[in-house]
Design a binder for this molecule. Structure first.
Ligand SMILES: Cc1cc2nc3c(=O)[nH]c(=O)nc-3n(C[C@H](O)[C@H](O)[C@H](O)COP(=O)(O)OP(=O)(O)OC[C@H]3O[C@@H](n4cnc5c(N)ncnc54)[C@H](O)[C@@H]3O)c2cc1C
Length: 476
């Protein structure tokens, strides 16, 4: 089968749906090919979106200085990333939050994502419908209103190219066979390659994939990056894994405790290894935990902390991320976790050591040393802020056996600030754009949690810019 459109978008997630609306708003004929049965991709999951100088911020008197944020972002990545791309995305981000509001997304607040973060950039909606779901729902509605054709169960396979290398469409696989779609412009938005072990191995050498669990969300196979490479594009070179720790799968209610900065983290030798309050920055916590033998971590707290968490759990990141009814399920979850051997309740440090499988003396020494640090108000190893130093002299004690989770990959095709794919000579491949987590140059080696919500923010903004740029260069 053959089809024709002006702008073909491959991948109908965060960046793809935004690109579609942005292009359709300027009157373009737009088609979205989405591999799944429904649009949204990982764009359905975000709880917050990055934005600088939005109406929500101005209303709350949050002065977000785009130059300072730009500098912070570049310095965080040691200028390994692309300053023109970062500048473009930051400058567009506040306007995009406003644009989404005009499209029906009701932001209720802009909040901290890590303690004392200044300024607040994480724009959220009410808990009943997270930002991602709300954005996708509204973009889909507008696509329908504007006549954007959305082909679901249509998986982009290869790009079509003219003799001069310019892109002129793509071949997609559908249930009914291959569809050849001719288009003036193609925007690749296929959401990275977390589902492709070979690519993960290739682009993250040394990453211990076998130790890392799979967090929520969808794992895409990296088709956009592959297609762009086949068409002569290059990878940019920086790859970041959006990943978090300490995490445990299948016992959601236990996240009430994992996210607390007051816990003690022990490795399989019964040793502390980090300032546990780094839990607020899930990407660096991931790094610290994954360094441990076999990536295994035991999160220790006592009854007093458990009680305190239940009476006032506000100082943890999960208040943004957790479903409201999780506490009601806690008792059942704990019983199940103990039965399954991932949670232990113990009266002594020795029993904790038994659960961890290490020397009793090691746990005793670690905990006694930690309690002494708490009394002295100074963590002599890892300089944990003294507000989080609460000693655990009395049991019962709890230990959760935790590990690391990866979500998605960031990094891919080299683009310019118009999100045109570049070839080895760093010249645009005509008519080809790349957006979302398929392009490289926005994150270096560690996902920048301080730019809270930028994963979704940069996806949406790059999609919007690519859509606008594609329209500007249409031949009519
Ligand atoms: C659980 C979770 C929570 C998150 N929370 C946040 C948050 O709070 N804030 C934040 O900033 N970021 C968050 N993120 C990250 C954010 O969701 C992503 O950065 C963003 O969705 C990336 O957008 P994208 O368009 O690149 O990919 P996606 O949104 O995943 O879209 C890619 C789309 O392409 C489709 N596709 C793949 N291959 C093909 C193909 N060959 N042909 C056609 N279609 C294809 C997929 O099915 C998918 O629909 C979260 C991610 C996860 C997984």
């Amino acid at each position: 089968m053959k089809m024709q459109t002006e702008i073909l978008i491959i991948g109908g997630g965060a960046s793809g749906m935004t690109a579609a609306v942005a292009a359709a708003e300027f009157g373009a004929d737009v088609m979205v090919a989405e591999a799944n049965a429904a649009v949204g991709g990982n764009g359905l999951f975000p709880r917050g979106i990055f934005g600088v100088d939005s109406k929500v911020q101005r209303k709350k008197l949050v002065f977000a200085d785009r130059d300072q944020i730009f500098k912070d972002c570049m310095n965080y990545s040691h200028w390994k990333i692309d300053g023109r791309i970062i500048r473009t995305l930051i400058d567009k981000s506040g306007d995009t939050v406003d644009w989404l509001m005009d499209k029906g997304v009701e932001f209720c607040d802009v909040v901290h994502h890590i303690p004392n973060q200044t300024p607040e950039v994480f724009h959220i909606t009410e808990a009943e419908e997270n930002v991602g779901h709300c954005v996708i729902r509204n973009l889909k509605r507008i696509c329908e209103e504007k006549g954007v054709r959305i082909l679901t169960n249509a998986k982009g396979k290869t790009l079509l190219q003219n003799a001069d290398g310019s892109v002129c469409g793509a071949v997609c696989e559908t249930k009914d066979g291959e569809v050849t779609i001719h288009a003036q412009k193609v925007i690749l938005c296929t959401g990275g390659f977390a589902g492709n072990d070979e690519m993960v191995e290739q682009y993250y050498p040394g990453f211990r994939r076998e130790l890392v669990g799979q967090g929520g969300g969808m794992r895409h196979p990296g088709d956009g990056i592959r297609m762009a490479l086949e068409a002569g594009a290059e990878v940019e070179g920086n790859f970041t894994m959006e990943a978090a720790a300490p995490k445990i799968k299948g016992y959601e209610a236990l996240n009430l405790f994992l996210g607390k900065p007051y816990n003690v983290w022990l490795n399989s030798f019964g040793q502390r290894f980090a300032d546990e309050s780094i839990v607020y920055n899930f990407a660096v916590a991931f790094n610290a935990c994954l360094r441990q033998p076999d990536g295994k971590v035991w999160v220790v707290f006592n009854q007093a902390m458990l009680d305190q968490t239940l009476s006032d759990g506000k100082d943890m990141i999960e208040t943004i991320h957790m479903p409201p009814n999780v506490e009601e399920r806690l008792a059942d979850t704990m019983i199940q976790a103990i039965t399954d051997g991932v949670l232990c309740k113990a009266d002594t440090y020795e029993a904790l050591a038994d659960f961890i499988g290490c020397e009793a003396e090691a746990v005793k020494a670690s905990m006694e040393e930690y309690n002494a640090f708490c009394k002295a108000g100074r963590d002599g190893w890892f300089a944990k802020d003294k507000r989080y130093l609460v000693s655990m002299e009395e049991g019962p004690y709890y230990a959760i056996k935790a590990g690391e989770d990866m979500l998605i990959t960031h990094g891919g095709i080299r683009v310019n600030e118009r999100f045109e794919a570049l070839n080895a000579a760093r010249r645009p491949i005509e008519n080809l754009y790349v957006a979302g987590v398929d392009f490289g140059g926005a994150d270096a080696d560690v996902y920048n949690v301080v730019m809270s919500g930028h994963g979704f923010g940069f996806a949406v903004n790059s999609g919007r810019i690519a859509g606008e740029q594609a329209v500007k260069t249409l031949t009519r």
